[in-house]
Design a protein around this ligand. Structure first.
Ligand SMILES: [Zn+2]
Length: 192
């Protein structure tokens, strides 16, 4: 196993913990450049089958899921490895429930849940493909819901990069600055 930063093979484990009964997460440190990265060990025999909407079955593919998430997260301000970590978390969630077969629609929902908290633009990207929004109204409703949630949870709204400037998603302009959290429009009259 090579350090993802410099390619060094000599790395040491600095932390280990069980994710569930079938997987261990290890934090490693490169002995050359000191950068840290995460690896996962899992029991190979634990099978997880995906039931697709057309009735076919295939082996759960964590990399494929991570790739889908990574595509949605392209050029978004999230840590590198976020897609893989999200895919891991989704897999761990499924395995923790002890299921051996899972419908692909459930995986899609789990992916959207992760993205929703990770990065809302990525969420809208993913949802617009996954749920195939077929008109502007549907997309607008989804975005309105996100803004409503944001106004509920983050009154300040300017921290953590949560303000979304107008931009195109799937060829459609969706972004507008959110309204001031609630109440009257901000009109600060300051006395001299
Ligand atoms: Zn290194």
């Amino acid at each position: 196993m090579r350090c993802p930063s410099c390619g060094e093979r000599d790395t040491r484990v600095v932390d280990s913990r069980d994710l569930d009964d079938t997987a261990i997460r290890r934090r490693r440190e490169c002995s050359t450049c000191g950068s840290r990265f995460t690896t996962y060990e899992r029991i190979e025999s634990a099978r997880l089958t995906v039931l697709k909407s057309d009735g076919r079955r295939e082996e759960f593919d964590r990399d494929k899921l991570a790739n889908g998430l990574a595509k949605a997260l392209t050029r978004r301000p999230v840590p590198s490895g976020a897609a893989m970590e999200a895919a891991d978390a989704i897999e761990a969630q499924l395995r923790a429930q002890g299921v051996t077969e899972v419908p692909s629609s459930a995986i899609g929902e789990l992916a959207m849940d992760r993205l929703r908290t990770l990065d809302q633009i990525a969420y809208v990207r993913f949802a617009s493909v996954y749920q195939s929004f077929d008109d502007l109204e549907q997309l607008k409703r989804e975005v309105d819901t996100l803004f409503a949630e944001r106004a509920d949870t983050i009154p300040g709204q300017t921290t953590m990069g949560l303000v979304v400037p107008p931009k195109r998603v799937g060829g459609v302009v969706v972004g507008t600055l959110p309204e001031p959290a609630r109440g009257a429009p901000r009109r600060t009259s300051r006395r001299p």
